[in-house]
Design a protein around this ligand. Structure first.
Ligand SMILES: [Zn+2]
Length: 209
């Protein structure tokens, strides 16, 4: 049974109850989670796992599971190696999982902004070519005609399902990331700089204004 990724249906969920299903060298998987794993141009979540006796374990990042038989939503919660978590968690341990909401909300706002930026990126690169976008860190976007194909064929969900995200009449694209429910929540964003990385590639750096 794979992880239930609550952020798929509710990106505003900040915490959930669950239990440990697998133990890895550097963290654990849960039966359900609110943690978004690094991918699709969006950073992974950090946060905490609370145990019954008041113990708190820091989750330093979240990644997609590395197991060969992992489902797309199976998420590895990377735990602070200094915390001695191996002595506190076992398969079946009940936990309350809490994300660092300020961090996540910033990611959601930035990530949603990149959808809008992708929609107008033709203007940014001053070309009439179709242009794909790749989000390479929290505040950097790479725009390149070569990315169009990979963007259009990489399904964010497995098992033949693809989630399409529409923002009004502005943008429609497959995406498994987390988005704000109203673009007004993004606030003001400005393009800090546009770097020429190669003849056909530009790096666009965004920041909150
Ligand atoms: Zn998205």
């Amino acid at each position: 049974m794979g992880t239930v990724a609550i952020h798929r249906e509710d990106p505003y969920a900040r915490q959930c109850e669950g239990f440990v299903t697998r133990i890895a060298d550097d963290g654990v998987e849960l039966d359900r989670t609110v943690f978004y794993p690094l991918g699709g141009g969006q950073a992974g979540d950090a946060g905490t796992l609370l145990l019954g006796e008041g113990t708190t374990l820091d989750v330093i990042d979240a990644r997609k599971s590395r197991r060969d038989d992992a489902t797309p939503d199976d998420t590895l919660h990377l735990l602070d190696p200094e915390s001695g978590w191996q002595d506190k968690l076992a398969v079946g341990t009940a936990v309350s999982a809490h994300i660092d909401w300020e961090r996540r909300y910033r990611h959601m706002r930035f990530h949603t902004a990149t959808h809008l930026l992708c929609a107008v990126v033709h203007e940014l690169v001053a070309r009439s070519l179709p242009v794909g976008c790749e989000w390479i860190s929290d505040d950097e976007l790479r725009a390149s005609p070569q990315l169009v194909r990979s963007m259009s064929v990489s399904p964010p969900l497995g098992f033949g399902r693809v989630r399409l995200v529409r923002i009004g009449e502005v943008d429609l694209q497959p995406c498994g990331g987390t988005h704000v429910r109203n673009t007004a929540e993004i606030g003001a964003v400005r393009v800090a700089k546009i770097e020429k990385k190669s003849a056909r590639t530009r790096r666009v750096v965004l920041e909150f204004a």
